[in-house]
Ligand binder design. Structure first.
Ligand SMILES: [Zn+2]
Length: 232
C-alpha cells in the first residue's frame, strides 16, 4: 500500500473513532425531564484551591446544591476541597484524569483517564461518581463501554454561558435566564480554562441563582434531575 493511502486509511479510522462517536452522544444526557421545574448547575475543571471554596461558600449561603465535574489530577492536589464538596451535599462527578481531549486518547488512555479519576474521586467522596463529562464535550468510541463498566453516564449540557470566548458576568447571567427551561443543564467553570472564568462566574452566580429561582425553577444536582428523587 502506498504511504498516501495508508495515511488516508488512518485518517478515516480516526474520523470514525472520534467524530463518528459523536453520533452516539445522542445517548448522552443533554438535559433532564421537562416536567418538574428543575434545573441543574454544573461546575467543570476544578477543584481549584482558591476559587472552588468561594463558589461553595456562595452556594452554601443560598442553599443551592450543584454538581462538580472534577479533574482527577486537580482533585489529587486538593483532596480537602473534594471532601468538602461531598460533605456539603453536592454531587462529585468525573471530568477525566488530566483533562486531555478524548479525541487524542486511544482506548487504553481513555480507560486510564476515566478509571483513574473514578477511583480517586470514589475514595475522596465516599461514593462512586455516577456521571462523566468528557473535556470540551469531545468523545470517542472507547468511552461508552468504559463508562458502562464504571456504571457512569455521559453528561453534556444544554446551556453554556461562557464557551471558548470570555463573556462578561452580567451577560452570562442574562444568557442563562433567557435560555433556562425546566430540565436545563447549565455548564459553568470554577477553575481557569478560559482566562478569569472563575472570577466572572462568581460575579454572575448570584443573579443567575436568584433569577432562576424567581422563575420558579428549583436548583438540583444532576442525579436529582435525571436520576429520580433527591439524594438518590
Ligand atoms: Zn473542562
Amino acid at each position: 500500500m502506498r504511504p498516501g493511502s495508508l495515511l488516508l486509511g488512518a485518517a478515516a479510522a480516526w474520523g470514525a473513532y472520534a467524530w463518528g462517536a459523536h453520533l452516539l452522544t445522542l445517548g448522552c444526557v443533554w438535559r433532564g425531564p421537562r416536567g418538574g421545574g428543575r434545573v441543574a448547575l454544573t461546575f467543570d475543571d476544578g477543584p481549584d484551591p482558591a476559587w472552588t471554596p468561594r463558589v461553595l461558600d456562595l452556594l452554601g449561603e443560598r442553599g443551592v446544591r450543584a454538581t462538580f465535574f472534577l479533574v482527577g489530577q486537580r482533585a489529587a492536589r486538593s483532596p480537602g476541597t473534594v471532601r468538602r464538596i461531598a460533605a456539603e451535599g453536592h454531587e462529585v462527578a468525573n471530568h477525566g484524569w488530566s483533562h486531555r481531549s478524548l479525541w487524542l486518547c486511544g482506548p487504553r488512555r481513555t480507560r486510564i483517564e476515566i478509571g483513574r479519576a473514578h477511583d480517586l474521586l470514589t475514595g475522596l467522596a465516599g461514593r462512586a461518581p455516577r456521571y462523566f463529562r468528557p473535556p470540551w464535550g469531545m468523545v470517542n468510541m472507547a468511552m461508552f463501554p468504559i463508562l458502562r463498566r464504571y456504571g457512569a453516564r455521559c453528561v453534556l449540557w444544554s446551556i453554556q454561558p461562557e464557551g471558548l470566548r470570555p463573556r462578561a458576568a452580567d451577560l452570562q447571567a442574562a444568557h442563562v435566564l433567557r435560555r433556562a427551561r425546566p430540565g436545563a443543564i447549565v455548564d459553568l467553570h470554577d477553575a481557569e480554562g478560559t482566562p478569569d472564568a472563575p472570577a466572572r462566574l462568581l460575579a454572575a452566580l448570584p443573579a443567575m441563582i436568584d433569577g432562576l429561582r424567581g422563575r420558579g425553577l428549583a436548583l438540583v444536582t444532576v442525579g436529582e434531575l435525571v436520576g429520580g428523587a433527591p439524594g438518590s
